[in-house]
Design a protein around this ligand. Structure first.
Ligand code: HEM
Length: 158
């Protein structure tokens, strides 16, 4: 991540806030995806396990397969938080992850709404501790993750 490097205090804010959120990633991840589906309900159509489609958001959110996706998302964020000083070491993994999402029909733009939903879930989880500085730090970290994943939509990566 060359652009918008995280400062030392920003890294500290991220680590501190993640300590709270990571105590129950499934809960906070469920808040994130509940918000995501409120903002863009059609995204639910991209999740189909054993070729079956969910007809209701609640059915999706409570399915074991989807909960595994929530855990996966949160563990990618956890990896980024554990690696704030070595984010480029995640580049290859994140590019590959981007490729899988591209192949699964996910549009890169949808990751902006995931970002909005992540901030929503953090705000819900942290309350007053989610200060404007903490928001800014998370916005930068999430942008770095998406920037790395976005290479998966780049035809040159094929
Ligand atoms: C618009 C938002 C997203 C959609 C529609 C989406 C969709 C999917 C789908 C359909 C799969 C395959 C089925 C499954 O494993 O459950 C998947 C896998 C996965 N997703 Fe997402 N995803 C989204 C956002 C994210 C984000 C933000 C992350 C992490 C930063 C992420 C991390 C993963 C991981 C780690 C896997 C497993 C990949 C593997 O099996 O190797 N996803 N995603």
């Amino acid at each position: 991540m060359e652009r918008e490097e995280l400062s030392v205090p920003q890294k500290e804010l991220i680590r501190e806030s993640w300590q709270t959120v990571s105590q129950d990633t499934l809960h906070h991840g469920t808040v994130l995806f509940t918000r995501l589906f409120e903002l863009q309900p059609e995204l639910i159509l991209l999740f189909h396990y054993n070729a079956s489609q969910f007809s209701e958001v609640q059915e999706c959110l409570s399915s074991e397969d989807f909960m595994e996706h929530i855990r996966n998302v949160m563990s990618v964020i956890d990896a980024a938080v554990s690696c704030l000083d070595c984010l480029p070491s995640l580049d290859e993994f994140l590019t590959g992850l981007g490729k899988k999402h591209c192949a699964g029909g996910v549009k890169l733009e949808s990751f902006n709404i995931v970002g909005v939903s992540l901030l929503f879930a953090l705000e819900r989880g942290l309350g007053a501790a989610f200060t404007p500085d903490t928001r800014e730090a998370w916005t930068r970290l999430y942008s770095a993750v998406v920037r790395a994943m976005s290479r998966g939509w780049d035809p040159q990566e094929e």
